[in-house]
Ligand binder design. Structure first.
Ligand SMILES: Nc1nc2c(c(=O)[nH]1)N[C@H]1C(S)=C(S)[C@@H](COP(=O)(O)OP(=O)(O)OC[C@H]3O[C@@H](n4cnc5c(=O)[nH]c(N)nc54)[C@H](O)[C@@H]3O)O[C@H]1N2
Ligand SMILES: Nc1nc2c(c(=O)[nH]1)N[C@H]1C(S)=C(S)[C@@H](COP(=O)(O)OP(=O)(O)OC[C@H]3O[C@@H](n4cnc5c(=O)[nH]c(N)nc54)[C@H](O)[C@@H]3O)O[C@H]1N2
Ligand code: SF4
Ligand SMILES: [Mo]
Length: 725
């Protein structure tokens, strides 16, 4: 094996399929015997929703290496820098190892017995005084499907509070709501393969080069690149993904609805719609056509800042494509108009028939490793298996399977995440339980969140790491096992159920979230009733298979073993809605008239910039994981602020100056200034990963009225040089 070949293997850019073993590589042995694995465990990456298959090398009970699984259909042997270094988080210095209880203002180690008894007693006491709904629970898209399913039952039927939600409301809620608006159900219709087979791939508010790096291979250079495919990226920034594009539409923030309606206008005007598809499978077309008539290219050009020629060109490319694919992520979802923007995207797919065929899909690219599994199996915005709270038959079906009275199942969803936080401030919520989420860094408008955390009587933080900015507020910290220490499944963006396996044992006394939930159920006296005979996550999976049987997200045909052997299996197959039948009352998809409103907090003289927030490839969210990895940390050690040269000159700022960003809510200081044309004049961008320079001190606490998702991507700020330099 040549040195070049070996290097390519290491960084995961080699596409050759032949097997390669580090242990048999003579050079590798010479480099470091400590890192030569005895065994390789097959599993799925625990970071993003791409869902790459990987092999983790184990030596003497420790994870020592990671590489892409060459046989896995998603990534074919490649991994991004986070996946390649993921094994380092397992024995990172920041792991939570002991249960901690606050006594006289200080967190002190206690036994699990004391921790769990205290939790159940304090919550019962609070619920006794303030009602069952005074407990608010916030989970995550980073638990196993088996765990999230178990948690839903525990919260709603054990603790009997309906106020149960997840960090997915900060993330995917708008996509879920938008799919429901258009198609009657959640569920991304397409597959990654469609990105490869489409003639036109339109990415809206999605920076896959940083955030779903392995998906780039589907649209960029490499074996999947087809001549004649056009990649169009709609993003106000010149992201790495925009740099890969054939056409970049540097849209004005929140010009998206105008652009999409304008594309529909041109498609209808120029006869590029699929009238057979419209007639057979949609409703509301005439009203929709009349509505978008007002979105003339000239009008759309004024709102979006894009030229009439460019808008027309993109409309013609999409309309004339044999198969058109639209992918979107947080540039769409993170908005008070997120759900309806998704519906507008779906409109485009429906009027052109770019749905349900190879290469044709309106496709929400999800975020967290198990955003999909948790939204299918959860008991939060919907009942498990995409069932509806307000549907008596759905409640009856679940009651039958669970052997309970249907009256026990709530008839409406409880509070969504932002409403739980607001409820804590107004006194409706008195106890908070956070599981695998770190709101102090990730929730918008920190000042209000802080007030919420300080107002309630009892805060439980269940996390794999401690201290975290949120565990600082906790009365009780429960140390959890993380990815690599537990077994079950994740479901990725393309509905692929993948197996996740145990690689090592958890550190100290940390226990899996599943074990914690069962232990709590036992103390509540509901274990036998809710989880009869359950011991492991395999028991949860078996019940989830029965619960999902016959539903759109049907897991019942697939055993763990089949999933593992196949490198993941997509529920619903490669594509949903191939027959044009939608899960609505009359089987037709709904075209929506979507108004285009300006975003809420417009800049003015005092707050003259629009702040955009997001991510970089090296870091994961609030960095509890990636801060443990020396290599990633050194690559990107601190936060920065991107500003256009025109603005920097006007403000007399220089590259690397330390700057302060101030909004109407608060400020954040000490950001390193980067002067770059990646960002347009009048806008600034900062990553949200860093607790020390927390972007959410300044972001806006405004939420989509339908999905309840925050408006993370636009708020008004001013920028000054930090005073202490
Ligand atoms: N490295 C890394 N990868 C990740 C994550 C991570 O933390 N780190 N997190 C994962 C998760 S949970 C998620 S949800 C995904 C998120 O993945 P992305 O959505 O790709 O990530 P963001 O950087 O939040 O936002 C995407 C883009 O939206 C653009 N945008 C802002 N305003 C607008 C607008 O008005 N219109 C349009 N069209 N675009 C706009 C921003 O400029 C930004 O480039 O990434 C996943 N992958
Ligand atoms: N300004 C701004 N804010 C944002 C965004 C943005 O673009 N801009 N993006 C939003 C989005 S899309 C998302 S998804 C959220 C993410 O926000 P968070 O959910 O707060 O982000 P994470 O850092 O992933 O937090 C997960 C926590 O769970 C812990 N953990 C990991 N695995 C396990 C496990 O198996 N069990 C337990 N018990 N704990 C575990 C980690 O240590 C970490 O503390 O942030 C949102 N916030
Ligand atoms: S692209 Fe996502 S799933 Fe794949 S290795 Fe990177 S973080 Fe993991
Ligand atoms: Mo997310």
């Amino acid at each position: 094996m040549s040195i070049v070949h070996r290097f390519k293997r290491l960084v995961g850019i080699d596409t050759a399929q032949e097997k390669y073993s580090y242990a048999q590589d003579p050079l590798y042995g010479k480099v470091s015997t400590a890192r030569v694995a005895d065994t390789w465990v097959k599993t799925t990456c625990g970071y993003c929703s791409v869902g790459c298959g990987m092999l983790v090398g184990v030596k003497d009970g420790k994870a020592v290496a990671a590489r892409g699984n060459p046989d896995h259909p998603v990534n074919r042997g490649k991994l991004c820098p986070k996946g390649l270094s993921e094994h380092h988080i397992l024995d990172g210095p920041g792991r939570a190892k002991l249960p901690l209880l606050r006594k006289n203002g200080k967190l002190e180690p206690v036994s699990w017995d004391e921790a769990l008894s205290t939790m159940v007693e304090r919550i019962a006491n609070i619920q006794g005084r303030h009602g069952l709904g005074s407990l608010g629970v916030v989970g995550t898209g980073q638990l196993l499907t088996e765990e999230y399913y178990t948690l839903g039952k525990l919260v709603q039927l054990g603790f009997r509070t309906p106020n149960n939600d997840g960090n997915t409301t900060l993330c995917m809620a708008s996509a879920v709501s938008g799919y429901k608006l258009s198609f009657g159900s959640d569920g991304p219709p397409g597959s990654y393969a469609d990105m490869s087979t489409a003639d036109v791939v339109l990415l809206i508010g999605s920076n896959i080069a940083d955030n779903h790096p392995i998906l780039c291979t589907r649209v960029g250079e490499g074996p999947d690149k087809r001549p004649g495919r056009t990649l169009i990226v709609v993003d106000p920034r010149v992201t790495k993904t925009a740099m890969m594009a054939d056409i970049h539409l540097a849209i004005k923030p929140r010009g998206d609805i105008a652009l999409i309606n304008g594309i529909a206008h041109i498609l209808i005007r120029d006869g590029l719609t699929d009238s057979n598809y419209i007639a057979a499978h949609t409703i509301n077309y005439d009203a929709f056509a009349a509505y978008v008539a007002a979105f003339t290219p000239q009008h759309v050009s004024e709102i979006t800042g894009l030229s009439v020629e460019k808008i027309t060109k993109v409309a013609h490319l999409y309309g004339r494509a044999r198969a058109g694919f639209i992918g979107w992520t947080m540039g769409v979802n993170h908005s008070t108009q997120g759900a309806v923007t998704v519906a507008a995207i779906n409109n485009l797919a429906l009027i052109t028939g770019h749905i349900g065929r190879a290469g044709a899909a309106p496709f929400s690219i999800t975020g967290q490793c198990n955003a999909m599994g948790t939204r299918e199996s959860g008991f939060t915005s919907a009942l498990p298996g995409y069932r509806k709270f307000d549907n008596p038959e759905h409640r009856e079906e679940l009651a039958q399977i669970w052997g309970i009275d249907a009256e026990e199942i709530p008839k409406a969803r409880g509070m969504a995440y932002p409403d739980i936080i607001e409820g804590a401030v107004t006194g409706k919520i008195k106890a908070l339980w956070f599981i695998a989420t770190n709101p102090v860094v990730s929730f918008p408008n920190y000042e209000l969140l802080k007030q919420a955390l300080e107002s309630v009587e009892f805060v439980v933080v269940q996390d794999g790491f401690h201290p975290t900015p949120t565990s600082d507020f906790a009365h009780l910290v429960l140390p959890a096992a993380i990815w690599g220490e537990k077994e079950g499944t994740y479901t990725n963006s393309e509905r692929r159920i993948s197996k996740v396996n145990c690689i090592v044992t958890p550190p100290g006394e940390a226990r899996s979230d599943f074990d914690i939930f069962l232990a709590l159920a036992e103390r509540l006296g509901v274990r036998d009733r809710l989880y009869p005979g359950w011991q492991t996550t395999a028991d949860a999976y078996a019940e989830w298979q029965r619960v999902s049987a016959g539903r759109l997200c049907d897991y019942s045909p697939y055993s763990w073993k089949e999933i593992e052997d196949a490198g993941g299996i997509q529920w619903g197959g490669e594509r949903l809605y191939a027959d044009g039948a939608f899960p609505t009352a009359d089987g037709r998809a709904i075209l929506h008239n979507v108004p285009c409103d300006p975003f809420l907090e417009q800049p003015n003289e005092e707050y003259d910039f629009i702040l955009n927030t997001g991510r970089t490839v090296e870091h994961w969210h609030t960095r509890t994981k990636t801060a443990q990895v020396d290599m990633l940390n050194k690559m990107v050690p601190n936060a920065w602020l991107e500003m256009n040269p025109v603005d920097a000159k006007r403000l007399q700022l220089r590259a690397h100056d330390k700057v302060t960003v101030t909004s109407r809510r608060s400020n954040v200081s000490g950001l390193e200034l980067r002067i770059t044309s990646i960002i347009a004049p009048g806008q600034v961008f900062m990553p949200f990963h860093f607790a020390e320079t927390n972007s959410n001190r300044v972001t806006l606490g405004a939420f989509d009225p339908i999905s309840r998702e925050p408006n993370f991507k636009q708020c008004a700020v001013r920028v000054q040089k930090s005073s202490s330099q």
